[in-house]
Design a protein around this ligand. Structure first.
Ligand code: ADP
Ligand code: MG
Length: 707
């Protein structure tokens, strides 16, 4: 959207007090400014938009005598004694302090932090904050936060509600408060406000300068609980501001791109409909038909499509994408289909090549392991336009490919790709239509971020004849029962997957256990059946062979690391055993389970866990047993992991936020989204807002656009 160099230049402008570098504030020496810089705080604005994460009411400090077990409290007192005790059991070092105020005294205990003896010395005044606990020797604070008061009881730290900030290097809490105070004084009484006046009045939002003041140094009458819930008018105003600026960028870009015309046009007539129908091996479900209709309507528009096709695992997204591809190819355009793994790309390629065998369209497969000479030929075909549909992995964006006439880009399992990769492939065409596919439903919270300007089609329902999948959560010790169940299925002609986790730190160990398991199963448990092993470290040929042997029914049990997690389709497989299921994320388990239940037989998904398991793991496996609905699972996953981890953060286009929180402040985000669209559509953007969107948006939110 904009180059960050423009912004770098404007940051240095001296006329704007918000862009003053922190090192020029009084009391910020080179050391502190280096610490602040390391925490990402460079300008006055950076500092003022990092709100306190907690507030403490020091005008109403809790008298020690009133403390009760289970309270969360702050007390101010004098340190009466301080000493380090070494426990007999395992040699723990415990640091004890006795803190006293006019009403009484309480013990504070820190485990293994003996360095505190140099800080918390007798006769000093300190504030201690934390949970009050009770044990056989009475009430105490365990590992509380602390702050020394010294003799200095200036207004920033006592007798009022005081703010707490994330720790930044050697800058103590009190120094942080003083620097923020300086920064607020530095910017003066008024600062320009990007929020339109009309909007502020209508939504009852505080002006910017007072909001910053009150968010950092709340008035004494403010309510500490409301502050700690981030719901004061000042906090709400600042969070809204951030979300609004973010949404304005999306809304504006959507508006702009709707004015850009594609350099080609797509039409559908009876001949093309007939051609698509000949490719189709079965009747589309109603859900597939609706989705296809929306996609093709977009393609026929003069502006580029940006559409997300959402459908649970097994819903049948591939055929919908292929039919869209046929429409594009019939219009003389090339199509690129990008998949996240080589196995999946190879599988798409073979399905598509089979379905297109009777047509005049030429399909090519291009992955990182395509041999050099062959690659050369394929690239030439792509450039000359004699290759119509190119299936590949991210090699499609890395290789030096020139398309002759790329009109449609399809990205399968799009959440597996980084935003940058998607954007690069897109840039290889001239405003190509873009279709993203995902089996991971986008939770409400995230739908308003990265995806807010995409159009969404949903395939609801599954193809006919599917049998339900039964999910079993079992301790590893009940393995024999599982083998029994597998045997029944194998005897009935079905196939089975056994999945091993492969986490980076213990890759070797897991690889060994997967290999040993494959040998053991072959030799001792299922000698009558063929077992094959598939893992990420195998050569591509060997991987393809194993996968093809399984798909062709020549291998009955596939022992695999998670490479089969995404997308592969072997309808005859009816058993999925996941070893160490407690180590997998919820969405991952859902993907894995989606590998079975694709045929006409009842299927089984067995989640083996090894105790002890964490509460989180128990929650995840319980969620899996409770539902097969991908949407419910995605919401549970988000709740368990938080939005940061959900899509792998930065990579996948989560905005870099300073004040707002996607989960906590979701309602504010919805409001901001509505208002931003409205402002863009009614063309009420001020020149300042437009400047922000064009020159600073990208830098502030750290994003590249999607779709
Ligand atoms: P996903 O949405 O998970 O990518 P796929 O496109 O791999 O699902 O489809 C899953 C399976 O369902 C495939 O074997 C596919 O051939 C089959 N399938 C898709 N649509 C239909 C349909 N309308 N009728 C019957 N089978 C279908
Ligand atoms: Mg798929």
């Amino acid at each position: 959207m904009a180059s960050s160099s423009v912004d770098a230049a404007s940051r240095g402008r001296h006329d704007d007090p918000l862009s003053t570098s922190l090192q020029f504030l009084k009391g910020v020496g080179p050391r502190k400014s280096a610490d602040l810089r390391r925490a990402g705080l460079i300008t006055v604005e950076d500092l003022l938009y990092r709100l306190p994460f907690r507030y403490e009411d020091r005008s109403r400090m809790q008298p020690i005598v009133s403390l009760r077990a289970g309270m969360r409290a702050a007390v101010l007192g004098e340190i009466r004694s301080a000493n380090v005790v070494v426990t007999r059991r395992r040699g723990f070092k415990i640091f004890h302090v006795v803190l006293a105020d006019a009403s009484g005294a309480i013990r504070c205990t820190w485990m293994n932090q003996t360095f505190l003896a140099d800080i918390l010395k007798p006769h000093l005044s300190a504030v201690v904050f934390g949970d009050v606990k009770l044990d056989s020797s009475g009430l105490h604070f365990m590992n509380p936060e602390y702050e020394l008061m010294g003799d200095d009881t200036t207004a920033e730290r006592t007798g009022r509600i005081v703010p707490f900030y994330e720790k930044t290097g050697t800058v103590t809490p009190n120094m942080q408060r003083r620097i923020v105070r300086q920064a607020l004084d530095h910017v003066g009484d008024t600062i320009p406000d990007l929020l339109p006046q009309e909007l502020r009045v209508r939504l009852d939002l505080m002006p910017r300068r007072p909001a910053l003041e009150a968010a950092h140094f709340p008035p004494t009458e403010a309510d500490v609980e409301t502050l700690n819930a981030f719901r004061t008018p000042a906090q709400r105003r600042l969070i809204f501001e951030e979300f609004f600026l973010y949404q304005i960028g999306h809304a504006w870009r959507r508006h702009e791109s709707s004015a850009e015309r594609k350099p080609f046009s797509v039409e559908v007539n009876d001949r093309i409909r007939g051609s698509a129908a000949r490719v189709l091996p079965f009747r589309l479900t109603a859900g597939q038909r609706d989705a296809l209709k929306e996609i093709v309507e977009d393609m026929c528009r003069p502006t580029a499509m940006h559409r997300l096709l959402q459908g649970d695992v097994g819903a049948g997204k591939t055929i919908v994408a292929l039919l869209a591809a046929v429409v594009a190819m019939e219009n003389g355009l090339q199509v690129a289909l990008m998949a996240p793994t080589e196995i999946l790309a190879a599988q798409h390629y073979s399905t598509i090549a089979r379905l297109l065998a009777q047509t005049r369209f030429r399909v090519e497969l291009l992955t990182g392991s395509t041999p050099g000479l062959q690659k050369h030929t394929i690239l030439a075909h792509i450039e000359r336009g004699t290759a119509n549909l190119i299936v590949g992995t991210h090699a499609l964006v890395q290789e030096n490919i020139t398309f002759q006439r790329l009109g449609l880009v399809i990205i399968d399992e799009q959440h597996r790709f980084g935003v940058a990769q998607r954007a690069t492939l897109q840039a290889k065409g001239l405003h190509p239509d873009v279709l993203l596919m995902t089996a991971t439903p986008i939770p409400r919270t995230l739908a308003l971020t990265d995806y807010s300007e995409l159009d969404v089609s949903k395939i609801t329902g599954l193809p006919p004849g599917r049998q339900p999948i039964r999910t079993w959560v079992k301790p590893e010790s009940r393995r024999d029962e599982i083998y029994q169940l597998m045997r029944e299925q194998l005897d009935a002609g079905r196939q089975a997957y056994i999945i091993y986790p492969l986490v980076a730190e213990s890759e070797k160990i897991d690889l060994r256990s997967a290999t040993e398991m494959a040998d053991h199963l072959q030799a001792e448990v299922f000698p009558a059946y063929r077992v094959a092993l598939l893992h990420g470290r195998m050569k591509q040929d060997a991987k393809d062979q194993a996968m093809q042997a399984f798909a062709g029914g020549r291998v009955h049990i596939l022992v695999s690391t998670t490479v089969v997690e995404v997308g592969v389709d072997v309808p005859n497989a009816s058993v999925m055993v996941v070893e160490h299921a407690e180590r997998f994320g919820l969405s991952q388990l859902h993907q894995l389970r989606g590998r079975v239940g694709r045929g006409a037989w009842e299927s089984h998904c067995i989640l083996l866990y090894q105790s002890p398991w964490t509460d989180d793991a128990r929650e995840r496996l319980k969620a899996m047993a409770d539902t097969t609905d991908g949407f419910v699972i995605a919401e549970r996953d988000l709740a368990l992991r938080g939005p940061g981890d959900f899509f792998g953060t930065r990579q996948s286009g989560m905005p870099k936020l300073r004040t707002g929180d996607l989960v906590r402040d979701h309602a504010i985000m919805e409001e901001a989204h509505r208002e931003a669209r409205r402002a863009v559509e009614q063309q009420t953007l001020s020149p300042e807002l437009l400047h922000f969107v064009q020159h600073r948006w990208q830098d502030q939110f750290g994003l590249i656009e999607v779709g």
